[in-house]
Design a protein around this ligand. Structure first.
Ligand code: SAM
Length: 333
C-alpha cells in the first residue's frame, strides 16, 4: 500500500531543486534587493550530490512517485546536470522532466535528451524585450529564450512554456504569447502570480485571475474546456476550437487545488517540503550523510507524508502572505 497523507492524498510527484542559484533575477521570484551580492547561497558541499539525489529518488519512487521534475533556482546552472538526468532516467517507468528559464538550452538540449530527459518546460513571461527585461531584471533578451525553445524542440524534446502573469507588468503579453505558441505547436501555460516566499511583496491586486486570462484569449481565439489528463493535474486545460492546440491555466490563487495535491519537494540541500508554501522542511540529508539505510530513508519519507495536512492555498488570506515561507528559488518551483 502506498502512503497517504491525513487528507488521503497519495505521493505521486517529486520536484527536486538542484541549486538555489539562478542567472535571472525575476522580480516576482528572486528580487535583486534580496538576492544581491550579499546573499548567501548554498555552498557546494551543502548541496546534495547527484548520487545522494539518486538514492533519495529511489526511496520516493518506492512510495509511489511516478513523476520527477528537476528544477531550482535555474537547474541548468548546476554543472553536468545531464549526469543526474542519466541516473534518474534509468529508473523504470519514471516520467522525468525539467523546468528551466531556457537560457542554457542551446548548449544543453541535446545532451539532456541523450541522457534520457523526456520533455521540458521553459519559462517565458513576454515576447516584448522591454517587458521581459523588467521581469527577469538581468536584461535577458526574448530571442535567446526562443532559441532555447527551438533547440529543445530540435533535439526532439516536447516543450511546454510557462508564463507568470503579474498585473500591470505583462498582461499585454498574454495574446502575443498565445498566438506565437499556438503557431509553433507548444502548449502555453499561464500561472497566476503567487505569494511564494516572503520577499516578493505579493498583493492580491497583482494577481490576474485565470478566468480573465482565458477571457482575454477567448475573445480572439475561441476556446473550449478540456478535461484533465490525470487526477491532480495542476493546469486546467483549454483547447482552441479550431483544433490548433491547447493552453493551460494554473490558478493556484483563485481556484486552489490542494485537495488533489500529490507533490513533494526536495530542496537543493536535501530538505523535504510537503507544500510550496511550507514554513519548514525535514532534513533528509542528515539521514543520508548519517549512514541511514535505504529502508530507514524510505520510512522517514513515509512518516513525513503520513503526517501531511498542508492546504495553504485553500486557507490563503492577505495575512498569510506575510508568513516567513521558504523561497521558491530554494525549495524548487
Ligand atoms: N529557473 C527555472 C525557471 O525559470 O523555470 C526553474 C525554477 S522557477 C522558480 C519555476 C517556475 O516558477 C517558473 O516558471 C517561474 O516563473 C515560476 N514562479 C516563480 N515565482 C513565482 C510566483 N511568485 N508566482 C508564480 N510563479 C512563479
Amino acid at each position: 500500500m502506498n502512503v497517504r497523507d491525513t487528507l488521503d492524498r497519495p505521493l505521486r510527484d517529486l520536484r527536486i531543486s538542484v541549486t538555489d542559484r539562478c542567472n535571472f533575477r525575476c522580480v516576482y521570484c528572486m528580487p535583486k534587493e534580496v538576492f544581491g551580492r550579499d546573499h548567501r547561497f548554498l555552498e557546494r558541499r551543502e548541496l546534495l550530490s547527484f548520487e545522494e539525489i539518486e538514492r533519495l529518488a529511489h526511496a520516493f519512487v518506492a512510495h509511489g512517485v511516478e513523476k520527477i521534475r528537476i528544477t531550482g533556482g535555474e537547474p541548468l546552472v548546476r554543472r553536468d546536470l545531464e549526469r543526474l538526468v542519466e541516473k534518474l532516467a534509468a529508473i523504470d517507468e519514471l516520467d522525468l522532466t525539467l523546468t528551466t528559464n531556457g537560457s542554457l538550452l542551446p548548449q544543453k538540449a541535446s545532451l539532456l535528451r541523450d541522457a534520457g530527459l523526456r520533455r521540458v518546460t521553459v519559462s517565458l513571461d513576454s515576447l516584448d524585450d522591454e517587458v521581459f527585461a523588467a521581469m527577469n531584471d538581468v536584461d535577458f533578451p526574448v530571442q535567446q529564450v526562443l532559441e532555447g525553445i527551438d533547440a529543445a524542440a530540435d533535439a526532439g524534446l516536447p516543450v511546454k512554456v510557462n508564463m507568470v502573469v503579474k498585473r500591470g507588468l505583462n498582461e499585454d503579453s498574454i495574446l502575443p504569447m498565445a498566438r506565437l505558441f499556438r503557431e509553433r505547436g507548444h502548449i502555453l501555460r499561464f500561472i497566476e502570480y503567487m505569494d511564494v516566499g516572503h520577499t516578493n511583496g505579493w498583493r492580491m491586486d497583482d494577481v490576474v485571475p485565470a478566468a480573465e486570462i482565458v477571457d482575454t484569449i477567448g475573445a480572439e481565439l475561441q476556446l473550449e474546456p478540456l478535461g484533465p489528463n490525470y487526477t491532480g493535474e495542476v493546469a486546467r486545460r483549454w483547447r482552441y476550437k479550431d483544433g490548433s492546440g491547447e493552453i493551460g491555466v494554473i490558478a493556484s490563487v483563485t481556484q486552489p487545488f490542494c485537495g488533489d495535491c500529490t507533490r513533494a519537494r526536495l530542496s537543493a540541500e536535501g530538505r523535504l517540503y510537503t507544500c510550496l508554501f511550507a514554513l519548514k522542511g525535514h532534513d533528509l540529508r542528515a539521514l543520508v550523510r548519517g549512514g541511514a539505510t535505504d529502508e530507514e530513508l524510505h520510512e522517514a519519507i513515509g512518516r513525513v507524508w503520513a503526517r501531511r495536512a498542508d492546504r495553504y492555498s485553500e486557507l490563503r488570506t492577505a495575512k498569510t502572505a506575510d508568513l516567513p515561507k521558504v523561497e521558491m528559488s530554494y525549495i524548487g518551483g
